[in-house]
Design a protein. Structure first.
Length: 66
C-alpha cells in the first residue's frame, strides 16, 4: 500500500461531503418528530460524495504526485 494512500484532494473532499451527509442524517433522526425530509437530504449528500469523488478523480485530483 502506498505511503500516501488517501491523501489526495479528491479523497479528502469526498470524505468531507460524506461526513456532512452522515451528520445531517443523524441530526434529522434525533429530532422529535423525526425529520424524514432532512434525513433524505443527508442520504443524498452521502451519494453526492461518491459523485464528487468520481468527478474530481476524472479531473486528475486523485493523484498524490506533486
Amino acid at each position: 500500500m502506498s505511503a500516501h494512500h488517501g491523501n489526495t484532494p479528491a479523497a479528502w473532499t469526498g470524505v468531507t461531503v460524506a461526513m456532512l451527509g452522515f451528520i445531517v442524517g443523524a441530526v434529522a433522526l434525533l429530532q422529535d418528530p423525526v425529520s424524514m425530509r432532512l434525513f433524505w437530504v443527508g442520504c443524498a449528500l452521502g451519494v453526492g460524495a461518491l459523485v464528487v469523488f468520481g468527478v474530481m478523480a476524472k479531473m486528475g485530483l486523485n493523484s498524490s504526485d506533486g
